[in-house]
Design a protein. Structure first.
Lengths: 69, 521
């Protein structure tokens, strides 16, 4: 139950899974409907589109996990 | 974020830094005094805006997104984490940053976009209140008691641990640290409620980031930039071969033969999949701020904004651990951060860092105080002891509860000082609930068929499993979180499938899909 059977698994697997999690997060975010992202906003200015906030956030994370491995 | 920190007597090691300057220069004292005065004045000013229980508990729903985002991030950085996080980076390397990155960011984005707006629309004041509406009074009562005990007792631990640390860093006697912090926090938390907590957190966040980033920048310049840091670590030989690796091998052990706390399966499954979502979606101290957002978009964006800030946190509080390894060589890890401050920063900037220590302490204390008072007033007092009283009654009860919680925390200090391991006991106690609680929250939010009986069964089975994993199998807490989450989920699914769920009218606003936004699977 401590995942000792993974002790021999390469860290590259961990990096791959982490990057995959972030990319799935990005895809999931980008596919959110516009009305959901803006719901409750006082106006529909472009900077309020939260999908655009997540793009740099995820890309920086992916870059970090790929560089620091 | 949810890592387990050792509770060593910091003053014993920090105070022994050789060659330290006198702890406080006149300019440093001025900076610290200005910080405390500014916090107090802002808190007192905000007291005038509290006229009702919603004003007190959820800031009258007038908080901007950026303030909430900064508040949730700074509340997550305690004074212990500043020193303990740097110490962990000194020992194990950049892997400590996982607790800020994979251990925060995905859960904050999903929580912010999906779950936070639902909480906001439902109009609840607390997580136990949501669980109570979804699964009934028994689940609400158990959750409220668990959180109340943990939050109140943790205050005593914050006071004591920080007093130890400030004794070492600033030379302040314990009574001064505890008394000053408790008095200032009591004034603005009791008077201004959540709005005062969040807006003082904004000041504290600015101070923490300026101080932490300045220290990292000066240190990085001293070692010769990133190339110099890499070369400096390489010179230390095989002991630092994993120090620039975010994910570590699964079976890696420390010098004492214990797991390091960073095996990559545990980081991904335990931290990333369970503990982090449980913290960002189910922790009262975090969620309560988003309930005070001025509109639904602000509630949603506050968490995403917080996630953006989280990207930078390791630069301020993990990188210094690596810099300390290169600049200071072998020493007690808990003394690294204070000694870097002493050696790298000029007078005045040191004062800012000392203010940052106080800011980190106060941001945690005010959050826990406000959350504990909310849970006591809404989920115990208002639910079981004094139902259907008027609004002013609950406002008064909330203020008295805040004072009571702080007094309880201060009263706990001698006990905590005498029995240092009590913090570990409380931390372990809470960690047993994290997995089952997440199972209840996710099922409640996503699955209409999750029934009250299923919720109670999931909580009890998950808890029993967690105790068994800890006491008998002695699993690492990251794996306890994962397996107890699964156990609770299975029990909840099985019992819910044979028991009656809530009628549709009672589910309205509590399940994703009932607002016509996202359909539950």
């Amino acid at each position: 139950m401590s995942f000792d059977w993974l002790a021999g698994a390469s860290v590259a697997w961990g990096v791959g899974i982490t990057v995959a999690i972030y990319l799935l997060l990005l895809i999931w975010t980008l596919t959110r409907p516009r009305r959901m992202v803006y719901r409750g906003a006082p106006d529909d200015k472009r900077w309020r589109d939260l999908r655009l906030w997540v793009v740099p956030l995820v890309l920086v994370q992916v870059l970090l996990y790929l560089l620091l491995r | 974020m949810v890592e387990e920190l050792s509770f060593a007597p910091f003053s014993a090691t920090i105070g022994a830094c050789p060659g330290d300057d006198p702890p406080m220069h006149g300019l440093d004292i001025t900076v610290v005094s200005l910080y405390l005065l500014g916090t107090l004045v802002l808190g007192l000013y905000l007291t005038r805006r509290v006229h009702s229980a919603p004003d007190f508990f959820i800031a009258g729903r007038r908080l901007p997104f950026w303030a909430i985002g900064m508040s949730v991030v700074v509340s997550d950085i305690g004074a212990l984490e500043m020193v303990g996080g740097t110490a962990a980076a000194y020992r194990y390397g950049v892997a400590q940053a996982n607790y800020e990155w994979i251990g925060c960011i995905p859960a904050m984005v999903v929580g912010g976009l999906l779950f936070t707006p639902l909480y906001w629309r439902s109009g609840v004041f607390s997580i136990p209140e949501y669980l109570g509406r979804r699964y009934g009074a028994a689940v609400q009562g158990i959750q409220a008691l668990v959180w109340l005990v943990f939050l109140s007792a943790a205050l005593g631990v914050f006071f004591q641990a920080s007093a130890e640390m400030l004794l070492g860093v600033l030379g302040w006697p314990r009574w001064l640290s505890v008394g000053l912090t408790a008095a200032v926090v009591a004034v603005y938390t009791t008077g201004g409620g959540l709005e005062a907590v969040v807006l003082t957190d904004v000041i504290q966040c600015v101070i923490l980031f300026i101080g932490g980033l300045a220290l990292a920048a000066v240190g990085l310049s001293r070692v010769g930039g990133l190339a110099g840091l890499r070369a400096g670590l390489a010179r230390r030989g095989p002991a630092t071969r994993h120090h620039l690796q975010l994910l570590m091998p699964a079976g890696l052990r420390d010098g004492a033969g214990k797991p390091t706390g960073y095996p990559w399966p545990g980081i991904i499954l335990g931290l990333g999949m369970v503990l982090s979502p449980a913290y960002w979606v189910g922790n009262q101290a975090i969620v309560q701020r988003t309930l005070g957002a001025r509109d639904e978009w602000s509630a949603r964006s506050s968490m995403v904004f917080g996630a953006l800030l989280k990207t930078v946190v390791p630069v301020a509080f993990v990188l210094p651990g690596l810099l300390g390894l290169v600049l200071l060589g072998d020493r007690d890890p808990n003394g690294v951060y204070p000694q870097l401050i002493g050696e790298l920063l000029p007078v005045g900037m040191r004062g800012l860092m000392y203010a940052a220590f106080l800011a980190a302490l106060m941001s945690s204390v005010d959050s826990y105080t406000n959350s504990a008072a909310t849970i006591f007033t809404r989920d115990i007092y208002g639910r079981f002891l004094a139902r259907d009283r008027d609004d002013r009654h609950y406002l008064r009860a909330g203020r008295l509860a805040s004072l009571g919680v702080i007094a309880f925390g201060v009263a706990c200090v001698p006990v905590v000082a005498r029995y240092g391991t009590i913090y570990d006991a409380f931390q372990s106690f809470l960690s047993l609930f994290q997995g089952p609680t997440l199972a209840l929250i996710l099922s409640g939010l996503l699955w209409r068929r999750a029934s009250p009986a299923g919720g109670l069964a999931g909580l009890l089975v998950g808890l029993a499993a967690a105790i068994w994993f800890k006491a008998v199998l002695k699993l690492h807490y990251l794996y306890i979180a994962w397996w107890s989450f699964l156990a609770a989920l299975v029990a909840l699914l099985l019992v819910s499938s044979v028991t009656r769920s809530l009628p549709a009218d009672q589910l309205r606003g509590l399940v994703l899909g009932d607002d016509g936004e996202e359909q539950a699977p």
